[in-house]
Design a protein around this ligand. Sequence first.
Ligand SMILES: Cc1ncc(COP(=O)(O)O)c(C=O)c1O
Ligand SMILES: N[C@H](C=O)CCC(=O)O
Length: 435
Amino acid sequence: MTLFDRAAAVIPGGVNSPVRAFNGVGGDPLFLVSASGPRVTDSAGREYVDLVGSWGPALLGHAHPEVVAAVQEAAARGLSFGAPTPGEIELAELIRERVGVAELVRLVSTGTEATMTALRVARGFTGRDLIIKFAGHYHGHSDGLLAEAGSGVATLSLPGSAGVPAAFAAQTIVIGYNDLDAVRAAFAAHPGRIAAVITEAAAANMGVVAPNPGFNAAVAEIAHAEGALFIADEVLTGFRVGPAGWWGLEGGWTPDLLTFGKVIGGGLPVAALAGRADVMRMLAPAGPVYQAGTLSGNPVAVAAGAATLRLADGGVYARVDAAADTIAEAVRAALAAEGVPVAVQRAGNLFSFAFGSPGECGWSGPGPRTYDEVKAAQAWRYPPFFHAMLDAGVNLPPSAFEAWFVSAAHDDAAVEQILAALPAAARAAAAATPG
Ligand SMILES: Cc1ncc(COP(=O)(O)O)c(C=O)c1O
Ligand SMILES: N[C@H](C=O)CCC(=O)O
């Protein structure tokens, strides 16, 4: 009996989060037993260069010794107190130091909780019910945010999720990404009823699709003019694409609320809701919007997050950016050498690949700019590409809808191994046929 058979007998679908299954590429998922630096090791003892990075948290690479030491020290002092701790203040201060608009910070355990709470706060603050989200964006799995969501929902080709009451879904207006006219039209159609617009600061759950220049600023301006809040979901981009996330990298817009996760937990479960002090003071016990968590601000988890942020200096971002540039360009060149049309989708050091060309796929830019355009890509070329890379010891995200995550630990040896695997993978992509 394989580990996957054993898992499937006791865990629905054999995984504890759908994106881990290989539904988008075929085959059985790897079962990992350890990870260090840029590499992971599976249950058969085989080592892979890793470009999943725990889906984002592993900015420094896996099991950075100083992060592990911080976790061990914190664990030795106690695993959980259910009371305020100095460590959670430190993490909140580190977040605010880097992202000035994060005037107040509430720590939670998952990105899902952060975005779910952001919507509740926005509704409490504005006294309105409706929310705008963009098709293809993923904000976790709370009821109101699963419609036309990216990530695993996109990989499984689901329009949303069963189990969401129609009345809840009706509170979410889903519109096309990078479409300002659609934002204006939604506000015009529902005057005085929209509490907030939530957007991935740069979309990275339908593959990577950066916002058009000025898009975030214009959405924030429209929302504010209409008395609504602008919520920037930086769970994935925050502290990854730069020291102050996409907000710091792009500049020119002011969110009322931001959500963070992934990197701020350094591999342990920490996420956060942050933003304007007057809006954040809606949260209980300061205000009337209830939110709570037995393990919120867990002392071991915040120690991992604070250690990670302290270590994430300019040198770290320079290394991640350089490795991302090298790998993205090498993939493009390898595919071009085999005559495979591809668009390299970038948002800072995040990247993914959309197979096809504007002519073949009807893209409005050099690559897809909306979820509909993403879905028009030649995604059928990804599974053989993925498996050829895996065979050569490179662990890619098992879905064309996910970003590739590089770390500061991706040294020359790791990058060389990726580059060496590319020619065969490009040949496999070239030989692929639809269906
Ligand atoms: C942009 C974004 N928001 C929210 C989430 C939800 O975070 P979590 O998986 O920690 O619930 C994710 C990833 O899962 C994400 O990428
Ligand atoms: N794309 C997701 C988040 O960014 C991947 C994490 C998950 O849902 O397991």
